[in-house]
Design a protein around this ligand. Structure first.
Ligand code: URA
Length: 275
């Protein structure tokens, strides 16, 4: 086979494997990275959360599970905590996130996706990670999941003038893969500060990764959803009510779960009405 035929075969193989975009000019040895990453994650998992950082409390935790460790060993995490702590407004925080170069996701993303909606809103959604549409437009939840989310929110009288929305990572993971624990750890200081600065009445993590990250638990979203919990961090005057919610992308794939989502929407509506 000629070199050209070999190259064509390799491309066809990649397309069939689901690779849909090119993220760099030079090849990267992911096997070497995986070895280094696994070692780092093992170290990180045995770390305990440093005193004085956000401490979360879950009032109706369905099962006792250890809170995940804050990953101070990940290079760049301490600088993220320091940068985030120095921000005293959402604008400052957005500038800090845009200027933050330690998260590798930024290198492959087109845009930083910081937030959308009303920063004085009572309701704050936190999703998982920007997708292709969000990466292109630089705004969270503007693709098919976002359209469904907007419809669900509208059914209880909310829109982007009355809710605020962000994600647990600010850049699109290549090919829409899940963000890694290190990527989440690098964004978490900004996410925690974001929540403190918005200080909503109700916090709604969308999907398992967001719920687990914010609540510090390992339970899946189908176990967490539908039960009010609370979120607390160092600089919050009072804990925030949390309703973990099924991710709209999951609801698009599993329409039968929409009845659970409807149940949870009504719980949110009642809580808002009760003030
Ligand atoms: N899914 C997410 O979790 N966040 C977005 O911004 C878009 C899709």
């Amino acid at each position: 086979m000629t070199d050209v035929q070999n190259a064509r075969e390799a491309l066809v193989w990649q397309l069939e494997a689901g690779i849909d975009e090119c993220i760099g000019e030079a090849p990267v040895n992911r096997l070497a990275e995986a070895d280094a990453g696994a070692a780092a994650e093992t170290d990180v998992a045995s770390e305990s959360r440093p005193a004085g950082r956000a401490a979360r409390r879950i009032e109706s935790r369905p099962e006792e599970v250890p809170a995940p460790a804050v990953q101070t060993e990940v290079p760049g995490v301490q600088s993220a905590w320091d940068l985030a702590a120095a921000c005293s407004s959402v604008e400052e925080l957005e500038a800090a996130v845009r200027g933050f170069e330690e998260c590798a996701l930024k290198k492959t993303a087109t845009n930083t996706v910081f937030s959308d909606g009303n920063p004085t809103a009572k309701v704050m959604f936190v999703g998982e990670a920007p997708g292709a549409d969000e990466d292109r437009q630089g705004k969270p939840f503007v693709g098919p999941s976002g359209k469904l989310l907007d419809k669900m929110a509208a059914s209880i009288g909310l829109d982007r003038t009355s809710f605020y929305i962000t994600n647990i990572v600010f850049w699109r993971p290549p090919g829409n893969r899940n963000p890694t624990t290190n990527e989440i750890a690098l964004c978490l200081p900004f996410v925690e500060r974001h929540i403190e600065l918005i200080d909503p009445d109700i916090l709604i993590p969308l999907g398992g990764p967001a719920a687990k990250t914010l609540l510090g638990v390992q339970l899946g979203i189908t176990r967490l959803r539908g039960k009010w919990q609370t979120y607390q961090s160092k600089n919050l005057a009072a804990p925030i009510d949390v309703m973990p919610f099924l991710h709209p992308a999951y609801l698009l794939r599993s329409p039968a779960a929409k009845k659970d989502a409807w149940h949870d929407l009504l719980a949110i509506k009642d809580k808002l009405k009760a003030g």
